[in-house]
Every structure is written in C-alpha cells, then in structure tokens.
Design a protein around this ligand. Structure first.
Ligand SMILES: Nc1ncnc2c1ncn2[C@@H]1O[C@H](COP(=O)(O)OP(=O)(O)OP(=O)(O)O)[C@@H](O)[C@H]1O
Ligand SMILES: [Mg+2]
Length: 451
C-alpha cells in the first residue's frame, strides 16, 4: 500500500463513528479521533493501553470471542448502539473491532419513536378495518374501569343487549353514553346490521320528519327525485341511536311515539305504512321526569322510551378508575401526536383524583391531551396537569373586576366555545375550524376562560 492509498484508508477509518480496535489481549491498537473525543480521552495516550483503562464501560472484552458481528447497547454516554465485529487474519482470531451506529440518546429515541409510530399506524388501520367490518365503533371492552359502578354498568349493557326493548341512557355530559349505546348494539343480535345515529338536538322541526321517516320521490319542492330513506328505515334490523333525545322538538314527539308503538312508519308523500324493526337506543343528559313535569317532553313518549333505563355514573363517583383511564389516554394521545411518554409522576394521579370532573371522561381526555402537549423529556409532571377549577375561580367567576361589557363578552365567548366543543365531541381541531380560529388560539381562549 503506498502512502497515498494509506492516507485515503485512514481518512475513511477516521470517519467511522466510534471506531476502535483492540487485539485479543485487550490492547488498544487503533482508535480514531472521533472515538477518542466521544469517550473523552487523548488519542496518543490511549494507543497501546489496556482497553479497560481507556474505556472502563466497554463490553469488548466480554465479546472478544464472538464469531459474528454483535449489537451492543451502551448506557454510559446517554444511550447508544455499537457493533462489535471479530477480526480474523488467515483464519486466526486477532482482535475485535467496534464502531457506533447510534451515539446520542436522542437519535435512539427518535428511532424507537418512529418505529413505534409506524407500528401504531399499522395497528390503527387494522383496528379501523376490523371495526368497519363489525359495523360499529366501540365494544364493551372499550369501556374502561374496574370500579363497582362500571361493573354494574357492564351488567346493564349485557342484559340490555339480550332484549329488543327501547333503552334510555341517562348520564351527565362526557360520561360515555355514546360508548354504551355502541356496546349494546355490538353485543346484541343486531350487531351485523346498521347502527344508525341521529342527533335530536340538531334537528329543526321542519326536517325532523323526513330525517326520521324519509320521503317518496317528488313529494315536495326540493325533494330528491328518487326519494330518501329515513333513519328508521336505514336502521331496519339494526339499532337507531337517538342522541340527546331530551332536546327533541315537542311537535315531532308524537310521530316518534307512533313509530315506536306500531313498529311501522309512513314516508312523507306516501299513504302506505312499512313495517320496520329498528331498536331504539336514546340518550339524555337531563332528568326526563323534570322535563315531563315542565311540559317540555311528552309523558307517553317518556314511558315508551325508558323501558330499560341505564344510568352512566359520573367520573367523580368512580375516581378509582382515573389512573386506568389516564394511562389509556396517555397511550393514545402520545401516539397521535408522536410524543413518547416514559414516566408519569405519582403526583399526576393524585392531582387528577383531587378534582371533581364536571365534564367527566371527556374532560379528563382534554386535560391529559394538554398535559402531553406541555410535557417535556418524555415525562408528565403534576405541573403539566392543569385543572380548570383553579382557573375558573380566578378568571370566570371573578368577573367583578371586569366591566359589565367585558364580562358579557366573556360569558358569550365561553358559551359558544362550549357549544361548539360539544358539537365536535371535544375534538379541538374540528372546533377551531368551526369557530374559524387557530387551534392554539382556541387553547389560549379555553385556558383564559377556565375551560
Ligand atoms: N368508561 C370509559 N372508558 C374509556 N373511554 C371512555 C369511557 N367513558 C367515556 N369515554 C370516552 O370519553 C369520551 C366521551 O364519551 P361519549 O361521547 O360517549 O360521552 P357522552 O356521554 O355521549 O357525552 P355527551 O353528553 O357530551 O354527548 C369519548 O371519547 C369516549 O370514548
Ligand atoms: Mg354523546
């Protein structure tokens, strides 16, 4: 090898991260500048020394007699990955070469995060496919919790799934009413057929009837030529989920009652009845008896609906479930935003349990989502957990410092944000879109308004 080639050869060697060669006695015969710097020694000094003196954490001596390259994990300078390669000359072992694949922990984390993300995406799309095949979104196993009240809820779901009777699900906002409705459907004999959802609150009276029962072609101006199937018909042999039935307009209530009693419907513009076998599952977040008493809901429809009543407990009545829920949400959200969470401080759970959760599970999800956004270094601390309570007292209820116009503005802003968040099922990206503001601004506003 002439000098020119020799130089080139060294130049190449110098560029291999962490290159280090020892003979079978463990004497350092070669290391490059990069490696010397990385382990923090002087290159000239190190040459000819025992490797254990130069780099005490090394695993090279343990690996001296390997027969093929081996991956080594180091924890000495953060986390890193090296490769040990046995070196042979004329079939005889002469030493061991080491070089680094990953020298910085961040690279390692990035690598594992990317890989985890890849696996999660795969898992997600498989889950989605399975769910689509199953025709519903959630099953009873998606209802997390080990408290007695959750056990009772699951028992109620199982027995409701065995029958065809109308179910009324009652619970505060964000307790999981929709989850329960899906679980009932997916456990019932109807699970292979449609789960059709409609929201009674967003249903203007004028549209309610065609939404529910459909219409014949050309039955009114603006009607589609081919007519339209109503929700009842779409849910034939399946489940019709009527969300927020407490807000159903009074005028439409007798028509719904009739459909429930007769198991048949009449399309608008038709004089024929068609018989329909749709199982109705409805939700309410208000006490229906009170609505009946106040003349806002028809008593006969109320009785017809609450053949089976399922009460979904608020989160404050099952605080022992908070860690299970929190851990699950941490797993899910960190995945979605591509952040790996390695530690959750014990104080986090303590703090979460100290709060009363008026917004229930959905509110817990939001708090966790925010905590993940604010977490640093893969760790969630109690400071990352912001509970609306404290904020509320200062910012929202303490309106005395505001002039009446500012206070009114705040109140209006708060109301519209809550309403849109509810409509978007707590999805802030969607809500920000509807409100026509950026997501960070929505966060700021929510913070300021104690939401
Ligand atoms: N027991 C639970 N385990 C896991 N996730 C839950 C549980 N209960 C609720 N959730 C989650 O909380 C969120 C709110 O649940 P859901 O939409 O079913 O509540 P809701 O009672 O219908 O609320 P609203 O009255 O505001 O419509 C959903 O993301 C749901 O998946
Ligand atoms: Mg709901």
């Amino acid at each position: 090898m002439n000098l020119d080639n020799m130089e080139k050869f060294e130049l190449i060697l110098d560029h291999i991260p962490g290159a280090l060669y020892v003979d079978t006695e463990g004497i350092v015969k070669y290391l490059n500048e990069q490696c010397a710097k990385y382990i923090g020694v002087n290159l000239e000094w190190a040459l000819g020394k025992d490797i254990l003196e130069v780099f005490p954490e090394t695993r090279m001596m343990e690996n001296m007699y390997i027969n093929r390259p081996k991956i080594v994990f180091y924890h000495s300078f953060g986390a890193g990955i090296s490769v040990n390669v046995p070196v042979f000359l004329n079939g005889e072992r002469v030493g061991l070469l080491e070089y680094d694949v990953v020298q910085a922990s961040e690279v390692l984390y990035e690598l594992s995060d990317n890989y985890t993300k890849f696996l999660d995406e795969e898992l997600h799309s498989l889950r989605r496919e399975i769910n689509e095949l199953r025709g519903g979104k959630y099953s009873i196993d998606d209802i997390l919790g080990q408290s007695e009240v959750i056990d009772k809820l699951k028992e109620d779901i199982r027995s409701a799934a065995l029958s065809d009777a109308t179910v009324l699900i009652y619970g505060e906002t964000g307790t999981g009413k929709e989850l329960v409705a899906h679980a009932i459907h997916n456990m019932s004999r109807r699970s292979k057929n449609n789960f059709v959802k409609m929201n009674a609150a967003n249903l203007p009276e004028s549209l309610a009837e065609s939404e529910l029962f459909g219409y014949e072609g050309g039955s009114f101006t603006g009607a589609r030529k081919e007519g339209m199937k109503g929700k009842f018909e779409q849910a034939d042999n399946g489940t019709l989920f009527i969300d927020e039935i407490n807000q159903m307009s009074y005028a439409i209530q007798p028509k719904l009652l009739r459909a429930l009693q007769e198991n048949e419907i009449e399309k608008i513009g038709s004089d024929k009845s068609i018989s329909i076998d749709a199982r109705v599952v409805a939700t309410t977040n208000q006490d229906m008896r009170k609505l009946v008493k106040d003349g806002k809901f028809r008593q006969d429809l109320f009785y017809r609906l609450h053949v089976i009543l399922i009460i979904v407990p608020p989160l404050r009545q099952r605080k022992e479930d908070i860690p299970i829920l929190a851990d699950d949400f941490i797993k899910k959200y960190s995945r979605t935003v591509g952040k790996t969470i390695r530690y959750v401080d014990d104080d986090v759970y303590k703090k979460l349990k100290s709060y009363d959760w008026p917004g229930n599970v959905r509110e817990l999800q939001n708090v966790i989502e925010r905590a993940i956004a604010f977490s640093k270094g893969g760790r969630i601390t109690a400071e990352d957990v912001e509970l609306p309570g404290a904020q509320k007292q200062q910012d929202v209820y303490d309106v005395s410092s505001d002039n009446p116009i500012d206070a009114a503005k705040k109140k209006a802003e708060r109301e519209i944000i809550i309403q849109v968040l509810n409509e978007c099922n707590g999805n802030k990206t969607k809500a920000a879109g509807v409100l026509k503001i950026s997501r960070p601004l929505l966060y700021q506003k929510m913070n300021r308004l104690g939401l």
